[in-house]
Design a protein. Sequence first.
Length: 574
Amino acid sequence: MNKNTEALGPIKNLAYIITITGLILGGFIALFFASLSVFKAVELERAEGRAQLYHSTLVSALERLEHLPFIVAQDPAVVRALEQKDVAGLNQRLEDFANRSKAEAIYVMDANGWTIAASNYAKEINFLGKNYGFRPYFKDAMAGKRGEFFAIGATTFTPGFFIGDTVRDSTGKPIGVVALKIALSELTGAWAASGDDILVTNKDGIVVFATSDEWRYRATTELSESQRIQIQNMQQFGKQELQPIDWLLGQDNEVQLDGTNYLYANKQLERRGWTLWYINPASSLFERTWFVIILAAIVVAIMGIAFVTFRSNQLQRALKASHDDRLKLVAEIEERKATQRRLEQTRSELARTSKLAALGQLAASVTHELGQPISAMRNYLAAEEISSGHKPGGLVDQLRGLVQRMENITKELKFFSVRGDNTTEDIVIRDLVDGAIGLVKHDLVQQNIKIDIHLATTLPTIKGNKQRLEQVLVNLFRNAISAMRESDKKQLEITATADQEHLTIAVRDWGHGLAGQSIEQLQEPFHTNKPSGEGMGLGLAISAAIVREHQGLLSASDYEIGAQFIIQLPIGEE
């Protein structure tokens, strides 16, 4: 029974997850279509308002000057020009009318359609002497009706809206036509600057105005042959080919234009047979809808994260006790490891200290026991030299050399066995370096070694025992002199610099180098590279001990030619 229950557990969890996921997906789908419907309704309402606005501006532009041809047709000067062929001053009068009304052109045609006067008479391209009897607005005006017509100018090749009105004689007989051309470029330019997409189609479905040049003078419906012949006879669109545009009206105020789906609202200009279309890309609806879906997904994700966080906090509180115990155990282990490392370090230091202590005792004993016999031997040799006379290269010189070597060894042992006193003083680095150089100057001159000293101009003084620090430099100088005995380049470089915390003295030579040995190996007592009898290998051990007494550090680095030893001492500390 228990096994069956355990087997059903994962199945129930999976079913629970599938159910929750299905509900969430269903909710998102419902929210998507609901949001899309709401945004579409809002966009259609906005499109309706924008279409009404653009419809009003278009009607206003077309009707602003619609009475001007009638008024000009009543002008006696116009009637006289048609009756008596007297056009004197009429061109200037029409020009004044055009300038005042801001019309593109006003012109007068006789009963046969020939232009006898025009406001643009002074321009290079004007209407004088042109026949426009083929235009519908002329024919309608001669028939006693108001003529209105949109076309591309046969003379100027610029589009415009033409209004014509009848000129009658005293008997009421039509004797000519006054025509007005209205340019709508400013209006269409303002539409384009608004960023909206607008088209205006005529009764044949041809786009006469559009905010995009790609749509203008294209047909939204297939033109019949008779329509094309009629348009050609009227020369309405000049040489435009009136190619069909990809225009497909759908349901719910949707239209497909050049492969792009738009929502539209349209307004009729019934008197002229035009239709104004305001269109807006449908992609904006989906963008806003997807934004809502993403926002909803973020909300659901936040709720899910909050739930998971709540559950996680519960688990964390349950595991906190064991976690704390584990941290304590880890801390104890780390503490024991640190203690063990300190113990190993202490053991190493103790072994070194024990070795140095034993060496100190041995050095003190050897120095004490050998001091008097060596002094006696020196005295006997001096007496023998006085009594027998000095013979260079004889036994006396050989014995004196042996005594000298024994004295050198005992001096080194003596310094190693006796600690200096604890008295400190302010030490000037220049004096410290000069004093150490003075002690080895004879060896430097004898081996023709060049000395380069580079001391910073503002070196601070340090607290310490000058004699013992001087001995450190002497040891380093002697090691360098010994290392350069067989070198081609014999140069000793001494550099001293300081920062806010430490003073650094570097001793550089061009000798045989460290041969890959570390500073720890070089500091071991009795470790030496010198020939037998020239040293016991205690110089660096002594130097390192003195530097440590001053809370400093002695280090070394190897070069391709030579080596460098660096003394680092604290500033302002005893």
